[in-house]
Design a protein around this ligand. Structure first.
Ligand SMILES: [Zn+2]
Ligand SMILES: [Zn+2]
Length: 411
């Protein structure tokens, strides 16, 4: 059994059970999927209960690659149904990939399905945890321009377009799931950037995340706050409002960039915009649902401040080119450092490159480090292989994070 195709900018995917895959395997797979209910690979019949998948399948109808991939003559009734062929051909970025049986069994393949819940979704948390909703730089990985480049010269973006590949990265964002002493669970989001909707679309159903109790903003760039408008789905349909903790200087910027969210008096009556409660913060520690959050001021380019945050012994710094002297004491005795590392060779004017980020790790000496904010020159497996050697040579435990990564933390 192999997974052979995925379609669409939203990451919706098709699974195809090749001839030869047993119906037992297919049925086992279906237990993890909410979209398809019945596939019988033995008779090559597909009975999708949800019309939402049909247009995606139709996108392959009659195309050479479709016939090759799905098997000409396979499921003819499905492919010739006229109502299914409306729109998906225009959905850019059709990607063909093979995923291994191992990936399939691990559940990595389901990450692009709309609304798919994993087994994680129903579980009850016994400890707080963090989930990386995004680990990439502003334009996202893969870059569209790398996929359309006729030279096909960017191996990382080509890999990132593959099913379940860890080079696929959206804007940096971290979800802290805080299990309070009284047993209440709070979902605290750090940043909602331009790709927030896509991150949430993939990971909220996957991990069974329903509400957003608070958002904390690192700085006023679009890849950190460009998704605030999309929170309307939550405030219209899940909860009455969302508190947004934001630095005063960033709130001043957002009063221009997000004027109708900050000053709701300008909204036309009856318009359903997201209901946010902006709470200005200084660089002093503050409480969110009883959890202490300590801002970690850093330079994100000359003269421009961004905030990292310390929660328990986890320190998160997604956008930094320099750490000022006064911030180092706040980073002492850090169990997990999550740090900006844009590219393998050098820093930019606004972000640490990997050499500078590693120098910071040597200074700060956390127990463990995960890099974030990587651009398309950071190949997940190659860089991690390189970094793994530092554990032997220097005792540095450093790796790249990836979208969807989940870790338990103690708060
Ligand atoms: Zn690229
Ligand atoms: Zn930024």
């Amino acid at each position: 059994m192999r997974i052979v195709a995925e379609v669409g900018s939203f990451g919706a995917r098709i699974l195809h059970f090749r001839r030869g895959g047993s119906s037992g395997q297919a049925m086992a797979a279906l237990k993890t999927m909410s979209v398809l209910h019945t596939v019988s690979s033995g008779t090559r019949r597909l009975v999708p209960p949800s019309p939402c998948l049909l247009p995606f399948l139709q996108g392959f109808n009659g195309t050479r690659s479709g016939n090759r991939l799905l098997g000409a003559g396979c499921w003819p009734k499905l492919f010739h149904h006229a109502t299914w062929c409306s729109r998906i051909r225009a959905d850019a970025g059709v990607v063909v990939s093979d995923a291994s049986e191992k990936e399939f069994q691990s559940g990595a393949f389901v990450d692009g399905f709309l609304g798919v819940q994993s087994e994680e979704a129903g579980r009850e948390l016994t400890t707080s945890e963090i989930i990386f909703l995004g680990t990439g730089t502003s334009e996202g990985i893969p870059r569209v321009s790398c996929l359309t480049n006729p030279d096909k010269s960017c191996p990382v973006c080509l890999a990132a377009a593959q099913l379940g590949n860890k080079n696929r990265r959206r804007n940096t964002s971290l979800l802290v799931r805080y299990l309070a002493p009284d047993g209440s669970l709070y979902n605290i989001l750090i940043d909602a950037g331009k790709f927030f909707y896509h991150s949430a679309l993939q990971w909220f159903p996957y991990y069974g995340i329903r509400k957003i109790d608070s958002v904390i903003i690192t700085h006023a760039h679009a890849d950190a706050n460009g998704g605030l408008d999309d929170l309307r789905d939550w405030t219209n349909n899940v909860q009455p409002h969302i508190p947004i903790y934001v630095g005063l200087r960033d709130l001043t910027v957002m009063a221009k960039s997000h004027y109708y969210l900050v000053d709701t008096t300008v909204i036309m009556k009856g318009t359903a915009v997201t209901k946010l409660q902006f709470i200005p913060m200084s660089e002093e520690p503050f409480q969110v649902h009883g959890l202490k959050v300590t801002p970690l001021p850093v330079w994100h380019g000359p003269g421009y401040r961004s905030l990292g945050f310390r929660i328990g012994d986890v320190c998160y710094i997604s956008d930094a080119s320099e750490i000022p002297a006064e911030t180092y004491p706040l980073l002492e005795n850090c169990d997990l450092l999550i740090l900006d590392a844009l590219r393998p060779d050098r820093s930019s004017s606004t972000h640490f490159g990997m050499p500078a980020a590693l120098e910071e790790v040597r200074k700060i000496r956390p127990k463990r480090t995960l890099f974030t904010g990587m651009m398309h020159t950071m190949d997940h497996h190659k860089i991690n292989t390189f970094l793994a050697k530092l554990l032997e040579s220097e005792g540095l435990d450093v790796q790249l994070s990836f979208d969807g990564m989940k870790l338990p933390i103690h708060l």
